[in-house]
Design a protein around this ligand. Structure first.
Ligand SMILES: [Ca+2]
Length: 360
């Protein structure tokens, strides 16, 4: 993910992904035209129904005025006027997006629950099948970008169930609605302009620029800013198509990881056991220590045997505290944290990659 260019968004992203896991993944568009959107909005605001936590000061006039200002800014940025006219004609306020943003679950779940939900056996089976089906292409991309293929497939599966769940929201309408709502205006506005740039460059049009309610797009679930930074036209047809072209999807994932420091010389980490209390833990770079250090502090492999004698630095993480799962993670895990700052997410990607490697 995606938001690495926007530091303040990391925690938000974590919440988005947790929601994506435990809520219905694809909300159908229940509004089909600008007029019906406006009618629906007023119905919700006036009746105080289940959607009542949409802010009361969000109005039709307010949204229209806000979007008009966005259009002026977009024109100033030099985006083609014809494309802008077409794009802005299709933008509608999406109260359900704002509601989704405000209703993100606060409840803390355990890593065990997260892994069970995120990496069920059926997903492992599909991941192995997809890996074998696309092996030639994946191996080629893996070699060129220096990212093992199993991690490409693991991220693909984690983000969109191998392309099956991409979200069906208009990205422009979702981002404009979230920017207008205002709590993270800069983040969503910046991504809104990035989305316009994607249309301007011809990678998608206003009808195909679809994504989650939070604006994460396609099989990689890139936010528009990440798309501009990392998406790749691998099949050479002139379009960076993360929605429908698997070659572009795989290369875009690999390019993201490679650009953010991934090394194919290493892996992500390993689950370990503690035999006594360790003095330090956590992902802070200053707390990365050689395996020999952790060995001396009583850290063992998960099966209780000694850690290998490999000269590599690792962070010790305990996402659920000392009584939960404990991991030693390497530099590549820190790269996964740039994709999504949730350590649960990073562990689930690493875990799925191992299951792919094992073949079941
Ligand atoms: Ca392409």
């Amino acid at each position: 993910m995606l938001f690495n260019a926007v530091n303040c968004s990391f925690i938000y992203l974590k919440k988005v992904r947790l929601r994506k896991t435990f809520a219905p993944n694809s909300r159908k568009r229940n509004l089909s035209s600008p007029l019906s959107s406006i009618v629906m909005l007023f119905a919700l605001l006036l009746q105080g129904t289940a959607q009542a936590n949409v802010q009361n000061d969000l109005t039709e006039e307010g949204f229209i005025a806000y979007v008009a200002k966005l259009k002026e800014e977009a024109l100033d940025k030099g985006i083609d006027k014809g494309k802008l006219d077409e794009a802005f004609a299709a933008i509608t306020f999406r109260p359900t997006v704002v509601t989704s943003d405000k209703n993100q679950p606060e409840k803390k779940i355990t890593l065990d629950d997260y892994l069970a939900s995120r990496v069920p056996d059926w997903k492992v089976k599909q991941a192995v099948e997809k890996y074998n089906k696309h092996k030639a292409l994946l191996d080629k991309i893996a070699g060129e970008y220096g990212v093992q293929a199993r991690f490409i497939v693991a991220l693909w599966g984690n983000e969109s169930n191998f392309g099956k769940i991409q979200g069906n929201y208009s990205v422009l309408s979702a981002l404009a609605s979230l920017a207008y709502e205002g709590r993270r205006e800069k983040l969503f506005k910046d991504n809104f302009f990035a989305a316009l740039e994607i249309i301007d460059k011809g990678h998608a049009d206003v009808n195909t620029l679809k994504g989650s309610w939070a604006g994460a797009m396609g099989q990689t679930q890139f936010m528009p800013i990440s798309f501009l930074n990392y998406a790749v036209d691998y099949n050479g047809d002139g379009k960076k198509d993360i929605w429908g072209t698997e070659a572009d999807v795989f290369a875009s994932i690999a390019n993201y990881l490679s650009s953010e420091g991934w090394s194919s010389e290493g892996t992500w980490g390993r689950q370990v056991k503690l035999s006594r209390v360790v003095p330090i833990s956590g992902l802070a770079k200053a707390n990365m220590k050689p395996l020999s250090y952790w060995k001396a502090k009583g850290v063992t492999r998960f099966d209780g045997s000694e850690l290998p004698n490999v000269d590599i630095d690792a962070s010790l993480i305990m996402p659920d505290g000392e009584k939960g799962r404990v991991y030693l993670v390497y530099d590549n895990f820190h790269t996964l944290m740039k994709w999504n700052r949730s350590s649960y997410f990073g562990v689930s990607v690493g875990y799925l990659s191992e299951r792919i490697k094992r073949g079941y």
